[in-house]
Design a protein around this ligand. Structure first.
Ligand SMILES: *[C@@H]1O[C@H](CO)[C@@H](O)[C@H](O)[C@H]1NC(C)=O
Ligand SMILES: *[C@@H]1O[C@H](CO)[C@@H](O)[C@H](O)[C@H]1NC(C)=O
Ligand SMILES: *[C@@H]1O[C@H](CO)[C@@H](O)[C@H](O)[C@H]1NC(C)=O
Length: 466
């Protein structure tokens, strides 16, 4: 008996069965094709970690759709081996007429210092040292108690009387105490001094080399948080590389300085900024400033540069009788003069992809990017690694009421609205940002007053009253 081949057997099957087979074949091929092309698509467009996430962790990718897909680095646990290359600088000088006893600051500082594993260099008068030591515990810190007042530091020495006079001359600036202005204007000095002197302290043991140095206000963490390795080295270094790229590789990493901004203000402020010249005094004096004062920093070279420009302008403006009592205004002015040297994060950026292309449900307490805690401190989250960001996202999601739309919990109501989870926005190069805000034709004003030798003013200041 001759063997009947498989092919002819199939040909002999009834037509309905053949059609069914053919259809099945077509459907399976289409399915395979579409899977393969999505795989290729995601490989080339979404980046490595995202790809891993899509394959290895399908379930969590499904339950946290939009934001998980947008954040490549969130997927992998990160080694914090390089965290020792980051130095955090801070200070606390209690005001004489403060309403709070020093012990009230304890809780506040503990959110910052009891958690943070990064090296800290801290300036405080001698009587505050025990409090800081207690809060910090065994974590790495050097407390420098050489100064009892901000007016003891070299750049502000001998200026206290002028600051008192300035405070009384400009009551509309609403600075409660001239010493507050002194503390604010000491930041640029502390930041630069700290990394230079940290090497002479126990912090600097074992051939340390700080690549990034950041100022953080001691009271800038107002809630319990997960910021341990913060600002996280890998994240920070990636951002600086991104900044370089945004500048078209015009800038080097060590030239870029980070100051977060809170609001560009309405059109009137923008016009103010567009036509501003350094001879007008600090940028946007007394009005909503762009820059936040609570955080700033970058690589040591940029930090030193910033200190030099800051005191150069501080002295020049003060000598000309301008109000210099709010650090943010000085920062904003310097950003206008040297926008190419700055990178920033802006939670309220109206055209940020994280805002435009994701749907964040509206809610009273939500920022443009979702439930991100207090908007002022968004930069803290922005400078964290993916794991830490996830922890904070969950915490903030737990704090809000409406709308509840997490598919994972079997609640399909409103799932299409997207998640409230905090989105990560993109880094901005300030030069590009200002050109966007002021128009392509805007060019930075000339720095006519800059001179690193600008002397401190004497007592005979003629105040410029607007
Ligand atoms: C600073 O000026 C404000 C506004 O005029 C005033 O209320 C305050 O008492 C002044 N502070 C000091 C320490 O003089
Ligand atoms: C404290 O800081 C100042 C300024 O950075 C520095 O000159 C001084 O050496 C430091 N003092 C100590 C005891 O570390
Ligand atoms: C917004 O936050 C405030 C203070 O944190 C809280 O009292 C209020 O209930 C919140 N509103 C909503 C709608 O969640």
């Amino acid at each position: 008996m001759a063997q009947i081949s498989l092919g002819s057997r199939i040909l002999q099957l009834p037509r309905t069965v053949k059609v069914a087979f053919a259809l099945f074949f077509v459907v399976v091929s289409l399915f395979l094709l579409s899977t393969a092309s999505w795989d290729t698509y995601s490989r080339f467009t979404l980046g490595e970690h995202q790809h891993d996430l899509a394959l290895g962790n399908a379930q969590s990718a499904y339950t946290e759709p939009a934001y998980a897909a947008a954040q490549p680095s969130d997927a992998k646990p990160i080694s914090h081996h390089d965290q020792s290359k980051v130095l955090v600088v801070s200070a606390f000088f209690p005001l004489p007429q403060s309403n709070h006893p020093i012990s009230d600051y304890e809780t506040w500082f503990s959110y910052f210092l009891s958690n943070l594993k990064t090296d800290v260099y801290f300036y405080a008068p001698p009587d505050v040292v025990p409090l800081i030591k207690k809060v910090r515990g065994d974590l790495p810190i050097y407390i420098n108690s050489s100064y009892s007042s901000p007016f003891d530091i070299p750049p502000l020495e001998g200026l206290e009387d002028i600051y008192i006079e300035m405070n009384h001359t400009f009551p509309e600036k609403k600075v409660h105490h001239h010493k507050m202005s002194g503390i604010w204007n000491a930041k640029a000095f502390f930041l630069d001094e700290a990394w230079k002197h940290a090497y002479d302290t126990p912090l600097g043991r074992g051939g340390k080399h700080y690549e990034y140095v950041f100022w953080s206000d001691a009271g800038a963490m107002r809630e319990p948080n997960a910021y341990e390795n913060w600002p996280e080295y890998n994240r920070v270094d990636t951002l600086w590389e991104e900044g370089r790229k945004l500048s078209g590789y015009m800038m080097q990493k060590d030239e870029l300085f980070f100051i977060p901004i809170i609001e560009m203000g309405d059109w009137a402020y923008r016009k103010n900024g567009m036509n501003w010249k350094d001879t007008n005094g600090p940028g946007n004096p007394g009005q909503v400033p762009w820059s936040e004062g609570s955080f700033l920093g970058g690589p040591p070279y940029a930090v030193t540069w910033f200190r030099q420009v800051f005191y150069s302008y501080h002295n020049a403006w003060l000598a000309r009788g301008h109000f210099v009592g709010i650090d943010q205004d000085l920062f904003s002015g310097i950003m206008l003069l040297y926008p190419h040297r700055f990178i920033t994060s802006w939670i309220s950026d109206p055209v940020a992809p994280a805002h435009l292309y994701t749907s964040v449900p509206e809610g009273d307490n939500l920022s443009r990017l979702g439930a991100c805690g207090a908007q002022w401190y968004y930069y803290e989250w922005f400078l964290s690694d993916g794991e830490t960001r996830d922890k904070m996202r969950d915490r903030w999601l737990g704090q809000i009421q409406e709308p509840e739309n997490r598919i994972a919990e079997g609640n399909w109501d409103g799932w299409w609205k997207g998640s409230n989870a905090c989105r990560l926005t993109n880094l901005l190069w300030v030069k590009k940002l200002f050109e966007r805000e002021f128009g392509e034709t805007w060019v930075p004003p000339q720095a006519t007053l800059v001179n690193f030798e600008n002397p401190k003013p004497k007592d005979d200041i003629k105040w410029v009253l607007s």
